[in-house]
Design a protein around this ligand. Structure first.
Ligand SMILES: C[S@@+](CC[C@H](N)C(=O)[O-])C[C@H]1O[C@@H](n2cnc3c(N)ncnc32)[C@H](O)[C@@H]1O
Length: 337
């Protein structure tokens, strides 16, 4: 794994300290001409850094599915004098990027020059009492939706509708939760008995069934349960898969996709999509790629880049971050040799 010498200097916006900001700007500012899209605006830290580092006529677009985040980012960027005319802020999922850009009249006929995805939730969302994303507030409702304007079911709804089997599978797949079956059983029982309606209840139920030997030191046993539920509530991996498959069609030749992921489920998908886009689908031996296959990506980071020790010291959230970058390959049809 490559370590960036960047300090990822803390933004003037304490709402959420952007991770590896210098590194992200370095990759994005080098993109060909055309619009740059921050698909995960959050507190606007990366967008503000991009606005400062790119020419004033370069169009910028910030997207977030969380309407509250978008409103706050708009106000914060305006307060900081960093809301240039060239910046459009759009609410929606990065899974629907082309439709969002088309609806907002962002010119995409020559392709977008760069897309940034800084995955997961922001520190602000984690800290906001009413959102139910984490352990910080024990009396938060079990909501966990990033887009609270949507009709998407909350974590509480899903705990009611999933069977014990389905819940165990979600915990295993999205949280790699040890003893997922026992945790699922305890959660279903507590919910049926009216003992599970807040984040504090969730933490207590998980604590009551997790064996101490299964707990990673320094990590609350419910942390991975929260992660699994959050990923399921927001259908995060499906959104990532859609964005990874749509991005090459949206980017111009040489345009870049920059992805910051925070756990192996995300990073594995990014790595796999980039590798397949560069070398073709996995196949045995030295078989050539299928005749209809065309190269979509040129991978620019042979290994993921992680934050410097100095950045991690200032911003512990950067510890798990992995940065990967790929460039849209030239649009040349491959032929069978
Ligand atoms: C890690 S934060 C981004 C922080 C941001 N880079 C900054 O500097 O402040 C992730 C943000 O992406 C948003 N998000 C997550 N999944 C999304 C999706 N599928 N579409 C749009 N926004 C998404 C979340 O609501 C959250 O605000």
């Amino acid at each position: 794994m490559t370590r960036t010498p960047s300090t990822g200097s803390a933004s003037a916006l304490p709402y959420h300290v952007p991770v590896m900001a210098d590194e992200v700007v370095r990759w994005m500012a080098d993109c060909p001409d055309g619009p740059l899209v921050d698909g995960t605006l959050g507190g606007g830290g990366h967008t503000a850094a991009l606005a400062a580092a790119t020419p004033a006529d370069r169009p910028l677009v910030g997207v977030d599915q969380d309407g509250a985040a978008l409103r706050e980012a708009r106000a914060r960027l305006a307060d900081a004098g960093e809301l240039p005319q060239r910046l459009k802020l759009l609410q929606g999922s990065f899974a629907d990027l082309r439709a969002l850009l088309d609806a907002a009249g962002v010119p995409t006929e020559h392709g977008v020059a760069g897309i940034l995805l800084d995955l997961g939730v922001s520190s602000h969302q984690l800290d906001a009492a009413e959102r139910g994303f984490g352990l910080k507030h024990s009396d938060a409702p079990l909501d966990m939706r990033m887009d609270r304007d949507s009709q998407r079911p909350t974590a509480a709804d899903l705990l009611d509708t999933w069977s014990e089997d389905e819940l165990a599978q979600v915990l295993r797949e999205f949280g790699e939760v040890q003893g997922a079956r026992g945790v699922a059983r305890a959660l279903k029982r507590a919910r049926a008995e009216g003992r599970l309606s807040t984040t504090g209840d969730l933490a207590r139920v998980v604590e009551s069934v997790q064996k101490p030997r299964r707990m990673r030191p320094g990590l609350h046993p419910a942390t991975t349960v929260f992660q699994a539920l959050r990923i399921a509530v927001n259908d995060e991996l499906t959104a990532l898969d859609r964005a990874l498959s749509e991005a090459p069609e949206l980017l111009c030749e040489g345009g870049r996709l920059v992805v910051l992921s925070y756990h192996s489920l995300e990073d594995r998908r990014v790595k796999q999509a980039f590798r397949e886009g560069e070398r073709g689908p996995e196949r045995p031996g030295h078989l050539p790629p299928p005749s209809e296959w065309t190269q979509r990506w040129r991978v620019l980071t042979s290994k993921p880049i992680s934050a410097s020790d100095e950045e991690i010291r200032v911003n512990p959230r950067a510890r798990s971050a992995r940065l990967r970058v790929a460039e849209r390959a030239p649009l040349v049809a491959r032929r069978r040799p």
